[in-house]
Design a protein around this ligand. Sequence first.
Ligand code: NAD
Ligand code: IPM
Ligand code: MN
Length: 367
Amino acid sequence: MVKRIAVLPGDGIGREVMDGAVRVLKAVSDCFGHDFKYTEGLIGGAAIDAAGTPLPKATLDVCKESDAILLGAVGGPKWADVSPNIRPEKGLLAIRKALGLFANLRPVTAYSQLINASPLKKEIIENVDLLIVRELTGGIYFGEPSERRGKNKEIAVDTLLYDKEEVHRIVEKAFQFAQARSKKLTSVDKANVLESSRMWREVVDAVSAGYPDVKVEHMLVDSAAMKLIQSPEDFDVIVTENMFGDILSDEASIIAGSLGMLPSASLRSDNVGLYEPVHGSAPDIAGENKANPLAMMLSAAMMLRHSFQMEKEALAVENAVSAVLNEGCHTADLNIPSGHCVGTDEMIQKVVEHINENHAISGILAA
Ligand code: NAD
Ligand code: IPM
Ligand code: MN
């Protein structure tokens, strides 16, 4: 059956890394006999330039008609001074909200091949495999209506608002993931200060009654930020509100060695999802063939797994990434003195070759 994929490269390195996702998916569809249909759409600064808005209706329509969406990254200095209502980042927030993608999964893995790329000690990070479950369509990012958000010459206001149901559905999702993993959930909040966090805790405690086998702990976000790099192996599933999750996930990228290694999936209750790297458009290296495409390619693997239930195809991508890292190949963002430093294009090419080779070998072994 044909799978329709919306492809939104966005800005800066978004287009360069998206090339990686589409090329690995083409290798996967050739090897495994799938029919993927790609439709490109504009978002972010590219859409502002072409259509005067960061999320044109045509793009949203393509996304609504698709089985899954791939997104590169949005933003850049070119659009730093546009009106706040049409900033590139508004397009990203608007698509998440319009599609109801409230559950953002951000897995963090310490690849053994990249252990030395992290400034953290080997023994602290070597067994890390954690999942940040970030609430994505509520909280301070979406303090509407306008009296809850705005700025004049003297004051500026943002509002952190959650209703119970918004908290309930993300917490429930996190418990489900925790139950399927190592049955440990850390809920991160600021309940010593924020009312919204106090409600968040109540909801976590109420939902936990339905998951007696999952061990729950509450942690304040400032302390969590410290413990995340002091003893990251103590965490398995972390659930938290929108902005805390944004900040903690960039911090956690240091465990993996680079922001260029972290993929993400943004889901709602059915299988439709949007898949994007955790990183941004990296204007400092855009157009230089330096971007690490692995976070985007691993996001495509998450799409295969979560939206298409194609587990062996997802593993084919993940194993190919691992095989390339085994060869000592890495992009310049990974601070590894040894090995072979390659550009974006060569990295993509190598992953594609591994997918094809591994598939050919498994065909021979099966014969
Ligand atoms: P950034 O994530 O773009 O870059 C931070 C640093 O990490 C930079 O030094 C960059 O070169 C490096 N980096 C990021 N991804 C990399 C990759 N794949 N390979 C190699 N190096 C990589 O964050 P920023 O510079 O703060 O933001 C730039 C723009 O991106 C802003 O407009 C911001 O709003 C936007 N942004 C967009 C998204 C998104 O679209 N999902 C996410 C974060 C930031
Ligand atoms: C992310 C980004 C976005 C966010 C920005 C660009 C709106 O930082 O996806 O992590 O804060 O959600
Ligand atoms: Mn972010």
